[in-house]
Design a protein around this ligand. Sequence first.
Ligand code: NDP
Ligand code: NHF
Length: 332
Amino acid sequence: MRAGIVGVGFMGWIHYLAYQRSDQADLVAFCSRNEAKRGGDWTGIKGNFGPPGEQIDVSGMNVYESLDAMLADDSIDLIDICLPPSLHAEAIEKSIAAGKKVLCEKPLALTADDARRLAELGGPGDVMVAHVLPFMPEFGLLVDAAQDGRFGRPIAGRFKRTISPPDWIPDFYDPTSVGGPLIDLHVHDAHLIRVLFGMPDSVESSCIRKDSVPKFYETLFRYPDGRPVSAGGGVIDSPARGFTHGYEVSFERATIQFEFAAYADETTATIPLVILHQDGRVERPDLGGGDPISSFVKELDAAAESIRSGEVSPLLDGNLAADAIQICQWQV
Ligand SMILES: NC(=O)C1=CN([C@@H]2O[C@H](COP(=O)(O)OP(=O)(O)OC[C@H]3O[C@@H](n4cnc5c(N)ncnc54)[C@H](OP(=O)(O)O)[C@@H]3O)[C@@H](O)[C@H]2O)C=CC1
Ligand SMILES: O=C1CO[C@H](CO)[C@@H](O)[C@@H]1O
């Protein structure tokens, strides 16, 4: 798969690093509005994980000023969209019209209706959505176990995801720009909940709002068979806890627990993934070194394999991503 990135920011950089390691996906082009970035100076890029941006070698790549110019490049199979959420729709529409496949960063769109429309553009599987959680070993194990039934079916889940104020994202709370913590942050858990438990019938949510947008929330997802599934988090009013995510998920024959937190003093705290078996055994599987880029390599490889085989990975499916946005929207 030969890809071109649009949106050279935090995710553009992380995807760039992942392409360097992938043996199934090649980065052949990128476009940027910024002249210095087009020259390879990506040093100003910052995010909340991974290394800071560096000077990159652009000599082997086709570099464009705009998406429109990049779309005329016949050497590109896939447009990798790393733009802010409100710009996803137009970039997807143009890319599909130009005959390209798409891998778009989450959230696919700001509303479920828009997401559903975008998911259906082009041929089946032409619009893939980069939800990375299932490609992270700690979350992938849940997805694999739900798929192969090794512990029975999932019967309960409790998820959390909290960040400090994301001052680096302009318009974070603007529903027409980024969408706020539910659409931009909780959507990771909403997607995972959809994958593990299916679509809930309804939700019951309490929240504190900033302006009219939920900022800190706790939600119960109602399933017809009564399985208790909940999620909570959002933005705390302090820069002290940069990022936390975790869960406790029960299957019929095992409960799995995991949590990770990163603090402003550069320390971290982890409950490494632990499997509590029905027979009393405590299992701590070795999930590797915890390198964040390797999950993105797996995500790109899944996109490449989807294009090669013509069968889109269910984890990248656009309609599933639209369902995740619907779950978020129900909580607003
Ligand atoms: N999977 C994950 O773990 C994460 C996913 N994300 C998602 O990735 C996407 C991008 O987020 P992130 O990388 O943090 O955002 P950034 O703001 O860091 O980067 C976005 C880039 O898009 C381009 N851009 C911004 N505004 C415009 C504009 N008006 N017109 C054209 N191009 C523009 C810019 O690149 P340039 O200057 O080159 O044109 C900018 O650097 C979002 O959908 C976000 O939700 C974000 C963080 C983590
Ligand atoms: O995981 C993440 C951390 O927080 C950011 C702000 O909501 C998100 O964009 C990102 O997906």
